[in-house]
Design a binder for this molecule. Structure first.
Ligand code: HDD
Length: 714
């Protein structure tokens, strides 16, 4: 078993965490009681009339225990039901008072407590983590001026332009209503039916088919506020803003085959990864990035900044990194914190304001409304995890589950009985809605500036590296290939894909049994606007930082007779660089090295799997390698690491495992002297070769080695 670096809970680092302390139940050294505090000395037998007689109604302990159990479940979130949360803090680097009066963005000495919840969108609470989906990235800032919720995703755009279509979109992507199939998957008829009929989904669908939809970790994921918001300074001047989160570990993804296997091997993969990193003291960090745009530039870039299906390329307006978010404490209780946290896009503080993005406007209603059902009434803001650290005083009252005990007789405004309290805040400190001039007729119509649905879908595709493009096409072939109705497949190809890229359309058409289109048809949805950039390198994962192996997990595969000194050396180098090495052996009993030393494996070939690691290492040792070759699941480690393009280090005799795994024909020829690392496979002629560990570390830092990927079928 792996011992975590910090056995005890991290100390509460923030004001919010301290504010939760009175609500925590610490039961160490305490006896059992009922909810009424009555001591209980027997809880295994109900109260009966005779040892073989009926249970008695007066058994209040039984009744309470059963009643509480019967009502443990609450409705799961209608979307984003599966998630994982963490506490932390945010600190701005320098004052942004030029743009905003929000204190958490103007006071660099302030550590603002936060709670973050990451999620998938379509699956139920118990679904797997590594499905192809958008990831939610919702942050609650407990600022001195009240709660600010930045409820974003790991993709910068959205499927639809107007929130009134949200129920339609969500119905189409969720399991189909007649048989509740499939769980947590977009690869089915109703989603693609919707997509084929609603071209505004095109851009986001490209993101959903890209590697961004199968992140390696929540810790290695970007976040986006998606909409254009406003920052407002003390003089009332507004600046348009797009919010970004940039993970300091870089943005990294899995491959589809791996993600599907992880769903079975460890459905909690992302949740566990986040939890363990925080327990280990490897606190996830993200920088807050801002794209600041003058109000008058709202239409400058060939699209409308109020249209949530568009992104603003970083090459046009750079992302300024203004502060850092650190997640440093796991929740004490999943339900009380992660499940009960209630985010709301309408939770803004003075200095931040909305825009007329019709998707955002709908969200301002939906998030408040949904909690009434989910959290059982209007008092959810009083739940400990939702309660602001800023003082709360108002005339709201009563309702199910009220926690606060107002002490004043005056429950209305204005009043004299309560001395006029709570009195109105000074307008300079209060939230003041931006006095935007609005002039228009009531009309159910979309602005013409929202009409171009394809240019940015093309821009996204063109910005990807060749391997990313190949993954995206393969994802389309998989998803559309699962659609049963041919007319839907035809519409996806002929109404959507052909307008994005002819080559994509033709390749997908062939894969899904549809006649390949010949030329790009003019889009019915509107004329293509000219993009201000041809490609945006910032959108490709190829260009993410790849300079560290911090927190990466490496499996060291051993059997009796492995090269012990070599393993110790490689481990020391990798762990010194911040990676985690787990020894994987035949059983959990000690394994003996060729030098006679014993090592206790962390996992076995059965309990671990290549897909759960970033890289695989097999030390030399004739006897050990021969034993590994006899165990198919051990050989699978090498085969899968190779096929998934992960760093692979095989020293001495271990190099021959590539033959056993059946991938040697895809690998470069073995080295004839010393050590060699090509395409992420590091091999040496003998064990204990100089430079072996460092070459391996470099290969792990590169994340994946796509040159090894099998070429697409001709
Ligand atoms: Fe939403 C949850 C993100 C559009 C309605 N949404 C939810 C969560 C995230 C997002 C991260 C989970 C929050 C949590 O962890 O508790 N949603 C987005 C983004 C969108 C978006 C980035 C587009 C830019 N959402 C959107 C629209 C509507 C909703 C247009 C409705 C008009 N979203 C909801 C919801 C949820 C929700 C139904 C489910 C549970 C909840 O709010 O608290 O109200």
């Amino acid at each position: 078993m792996r011992l975590r670096k910090t056995a005890a809970k991290n100390p509460p680092t923030s004001l919010k965490s301290e504010s939760l302390e009175p609500h925590r139940m610490h039961s160490e050294g305490q006896f059992l009681t009922t909810d009424q505090g009555i001591p209980i000395s027997e809880t295994d037998n109900s109260l009966k009339a005779g040892v073989r007689g009926p249970t008695l109604l007066e058994d209040f302990h039984f009744r309470e225990k059963m009643m509480r159990f019967d009502h443990e479940r609450i409705p799961e979130r209608v979307v984003h039901a599966r998630g994982a949360g963490a506490h932390g803090y945010f600190q701005v680097y320098k004052s942004l008072e030029k743009y905003t009066q929000a204190r958490f963005l103007t006071d660099p000495s302030l550590r603002t407590p936060v709670f973050v919840r990451f999620s998938t969108v379509g699956g139920s609470r118990g679904s797997a983590d590594t499905v192809r989906d958008v990831r939610g990235f919702a942050t609650k800032f407990y600022t001195p001026e009240g709660n600010f919720d930045l409820v974003g995703n790991n993709m910068p755009v959205f499927f639809i332009q107007d929130g009134i279509k949200f129920p339609d979109f969500v119905h189409s992507v969720k399991p189909e209503p007649h048989n509740e199939i499939p769980q947590a998957s977009s690869a089915h008829d109703s989603l693609w039916d919707f997509v084929s009929l609603v071209p505004e989904t095109s851009h986001m669908v490209m993101w959903l088919m890209s590697d961004r939809a199968i992140p390696r970790s929540f810790r290695m994921m970007e976040g986006f506020g998606v909409h254009t918001f406003r920052l407002v300074n003390a003089e009332g001047k507004a600046t348009l803003v797009k919010f970004h989160w940039k993970p300091l570990l870089g943005t990294h993804s899995m491959v589809w085959d791996e993600a599907q296997k992880v769903s079975g091997k460890d459905p909690d993969f992302h949740r566990r990864d986040l939890w363990e990193a925080i327990e280990d003291g490897d606190f996830p960090e993200y920088e807050l990035g801002l794209q600041l745009i003058p109000e008058e530039d709202v239409l400058k870039y060939g699209f409308d900044l109020l249209d949530a299906t568009k992104l603003l390329p970083e090459e046009l307006v750079p992302v300024q990194r203004v502060g850092k978010l650190t997640l440093d404490r796991n929740p004490d209780n999943f339900f009380a914190e992660t499940e009960q946290v209630a985010f709301c896009v309408a939770n803004v503080v003075p200095g931040i304001d909305f825009t007329n993005d019709p998707l955002m406007q709908a969200r301002l209603f939906s998030y408040l409304d949904t909690q009434l059902t989910r959290l059982g009434g209007p008092n959810f803001a009083e739940l400990p995890i939702n309660k602001p650290v800023a003082p709360v005083h108002n005339h709201q009252q009563d309702g199910f589950g009220r926690q606060t005990i107002p002490t004043s007789r005056a429950n209305y405004h204005p009043n004299s009985l309560g001395g006029g309290c709570p009195f109105l805040a000074n307008p300079k400190q209060a939230f003041t809605h931006l006095q935007e001039r609005v002039d228009g007729r009531k009309i159910r119509q979309r602005s013409g500036s929202f009409n171009d649905h394809f240019s940015q879908a093309t821009l996204f595709y063109k910005s990807l590296s060749k391997p990313e493009q190949q993954h995206l096409v393969a994802a389309l072939e998989f998803e559309v290939g699962k659609v049963e109705r041919k007319e839907i497949r035809e519409r996806v190809v002929n109404q959507i894909l052909v307008n994005i890229d002819l080559d994509i359309a033709q390749r997908v058409a062939r894969a899904v049994g549809v006649a390949p289109p010949k030329a790009v048809k003019p889009s019915k949805a509107g004329k293509k606007a000219k993009n201000a950039v041809e490609a945006s390198p910032a959108l490709s994962l190829e260009n993410t930082p790849k300079d560290s192996i911090k927190t990466r997990k490496i499996a060291a595969l051993v059997a009796d007779g492995f090269a012990g000194k070599e393993l110790a050396h490689v481990r020391k180098t990798l762990e010194g660089l911040g990676a985690m090495v787990e020894v994987v052996g035949p059983t959990l009993s000690p394994v003996t090295s060729m030098e006679g030393e014993q090592v206790v494996p962390h996992k076995t070939y059965l309990t671990a799997s290549s897909v759960l690691y970033d890289a695989v290492y097999v030390p030399g040792g004739e006897k050990s390698v021969a034993a590994l070759k006899r165990v198919p699941v051990a050989v699978d480690f090498v085969r899968e690491a190779f096929v998934h393009c992960k760093a692979l280090a095989l020293s001495g005799e271990a190099g021959t495992l590539l033959d056993t795994a059946g991938v040697s024909q895809l690998a470069l020829p073995p080295p004839t002297k010393g050590v060699e690392g090509a395409q992420g496979v590091v091999r040496s002629v003998k064990t204990e070769t100089k430079g072996f560990s460092q070459l391996f570390a470099d290969a792990i830092a590169a994340h994946r080695h796509w040159a090894r990927e099998a070429p697409p079928p001709a």
